[in-house]
Design a binder for this molecule. Sequence first.
Ligand SMILES: [Zn+2]
Length: 273
Amino acid sequence: MPKFLIGYDVESQDESTEIFLTAASEVHKNLEAQASIFIVGKTLERNVAVAQKVLNEGYLEFNQHTYSHVLLKTVVQENEEGITIFPSGTFEEVCEEISKGQKVLRDLLGVKGIGFTAPYNYYRGLSDRLDLLEVLRENGIKFIRSAGRNEKDWQPVPFEWQPYFYEPQGFPEILECPLHGWQDCIAREKLGWNNIDEYVKWVKKDIDYASEKQLDFVYCSHDWSSIRHDPKLDHIAELIIYAREKGLEVANSSTYYEEKVTERKDREEVSIY
Ligand SMILES: [Zn+2]
């Protein structure tokens, strides 16, 4: 059964985060739907009480999105507006960002995060950056979302780019989950922020495609964008219900990771005999 993996990048520095966390917790609890949060360390520091409450509800797990949203790789984005460069931090800055992101999760929530979303995402994820994969390994990270851009460092990302382990690179325990289609904030900007109905139709088409091709759908949304014109997150509830109708199972990253590891083990055992 293909999976619908909802991941929220939570990164605001204002009251949006609290509004989002409260609404998301409610939606996921009502629908008994698991999902994953990837939170910026600085954002968590401002929202510890509400984050703890959400964590205790048991439907949303917490992972990191760096300490202060520093890019791991430079993005060379090419679209109808031309080429735009978003520079990465230095290697030292990135090391610090990742270890601090883990520390904040541990100290403030008592969570040992195994998941990570890379700010902005990149074409080919981290497959050409063994040094960065090593840093993630040292920090105990097993599940990453960094390949959410196509060959133009833009979107959409094809659904055929299904999750894969960084095995050829020598990091067989690290699973990459490319973000499929369009990130919510980019799609919604294109459609007009108040045009939620069109956005829901847009994502439903993606769900139809994943269902028809039996592909997993890694979906990316954000705290600040998802609550715009929809503070109760009704559109997320609608997408969860629709995905289930179409035969997709709603899951979180850590369960998905365990399943992928088991699947690989089973495959290896079969090939031995
Ligand atoms: Zn982000």
